[in-house]
Design a protein around this ligand. Structure first.
Ligand SMILES: NC(=O)c1ccc[n+]([C@@H]2O[C@H](COP(=O)([O-])OP(=O)(O)OC[C@H]3O[C@@H](n4cnc5c(N)ncnc54)[C@H](OP(=O)(O)O)[C@@H]3O)[C@@H](O)[C@H]2O)c1
Length: 362
């Protein structure tokens, strides 16, 4: 982790302005070392592309930010996309409006979400690789498609229900509890599945936040001794651990598993900027307790997209899930918004309102 004041260095990028007459892009200037820095990004301006036959022109409204984007920049992510090189447009999903269509299946005016890249306009053939979905007409803000009703939502749902198999009364622990996936998992686990959730987050403000979003207790992992607090709050052990961070916290939870416990491997953000992997200890507790540790990758769960979005929208409308999106104001803020994830500055899903203040879409 770096110091938060390092984020001020991103001010030099904030003066960029989006002009609708051109296509603005953020590309990779160089491979990040450790946390992302302003020098890792370059701003490019190109003509707004014209759609040809079988293509649409998309205007970006919102973009989502995820820790995996640093892997794209490093050239180490394999998500079905090509490995990126310096000079390439950064991958990113977002919400966009079709402003011109020469495609038989997509109409002008439709609002969609899918692979946009970090740019303000895109011409697309709407191929399956880009994973475009129509935003459902469910009365909820389209901005949610950049997170809560997007890949973050699918990750939370698939990770918790398909992978974690939660049971009412489960003594659950959740790391990254104030983040995008975490703030959804805490609410779904408590309010839908009936688990009792202890959430780990960095700092007193985030701990207060998690207590308002499904957790019955919070551990400030930056200020408190995690192992001792787990012993206090989970004296009988853990039935379900949802892991967003890996490293020492995963290791401490492994040590405290009850019989037939489950661990969901969602992410390991504490490992992403380490030079050497943490090296998992205590994994033999899985054997001793007949427990399982299961990973998942969100793009392997796309076949359930519609059902999951319907579930999530229903829980939002029914008050079981409060959507929390941390919206950066303007496309120039994209690099800082990505850095926020690694400096622990976001609460809920980090996303960006590309054309300034969220307006009619929120
Ligand atoms: N398996 C999949 O398909 C899938 C899909 C989506 C996301 N993920 C993973 O799930 C995790 C959460 O993703 P997200 O998009 O919701 O991001 P997120 O939780 O919003 O990520 C940022 C948060 O991570 C925490 N963090 C940052 N550095 C940390 C460190 N060194 N140790 C512990 N916590 C740290 C910070 O919260 P604090 O201030 O509390 O530290 C920060 O606010 C990530 O690891 C991501 O890679 C996996």
């Amino acid at each position: 982790m770096g110091t938060v004041t390092e984020l001020d260095r991103f001010d030099v990028l904030s003066a960029r302005e989006v002009d609708d007459a051109v296509n603005c892009q953020w590309r990779i200037a160089r491979r990040p070392q450790g946390n992302v820095r302003p020098e890792d990004f370059s701003w490019h301006v190109t003509d707004v592309p014209e759609p040809g036959p079988g293509e649409v022109l998309l205007k970006t409204l919102y973009l989502g930010l995820a820790p995996v984007m640093r892997f794209y920049m490093q050239g180490t992510a394999r998500t079905g996309d090509d490995i990126l090189q310096p000079g390439d447009l950064i991958h990113g999903r977002g919400v966009a409006q079709i402003v011109k269509s020469r495609h038989p299946q997509w109409r002008e005016g439709e609002v969609v979400q899918g692979q946009m890249g970090w740019q303000t306009w895109k011409v697309s053939r709407m191929t399956p690789q880009e994973k475009f979905f129509r935003m459902p007409n469910n009365g909820l803000p389209a901005a949610l498609g950049a997170g809560v009703l997007g890949m973050t939502g699918l990750s939370a749902h698939a990770g918790l229900f398909a992978c974690g198999q939660p049971r009412a009364g489960d003594r659950m622990v959740l790391s990254g509890a104030a983040g995008g996936v975490g703030s959804m998992v805490s609410q779904l686990a408590a309010n839908v599945a009936g688990c009792d959730v202890v959430g780990l987050a960095g700092g007193p403000d985030k701990c207060r936040f998690v207590l308002q979003h499904g957790c019955s207790a919070a551990i400030d992992y930056k200020a408190e001794a995690v192992a001792a607090r787990l012993d206090e709050l989970r004296p009988d052990g853990i039935d379900l651990y949802f892991d967003n961070v890996g490293g020492e916290i995963l290791s401490a939870c492994l040590e405290r598993l009850r019989m037939h416990a489950r661990i969901v491997l969602c992410g390991s953000i504490s490992e992403y900027t380490r030079d050497e992997p943490f090296g998992l200890a205590n994994y033999t507790r899985l054997r001793a307790t007949d427990s399982s540790m299961r990973g998942f990758f969100v793009y392997n769960h796309l076949d359930r997209w519609e059902q999951v979005m319907e579930d999530l929208a229903g829980w939002i409308r029914g008050g079981k899930l409060k959507p929390v999106q941390d919206i950066a104001n303007g496309f120039a803020e994209m690099p800082r918004a990505l850095a926020n994830l690694y400096y622990g500055q976001n609460v809920g899903v980090q996303c960006c309102s590309v054309r300034g203040e969220p307006g009619e879409w929120l």
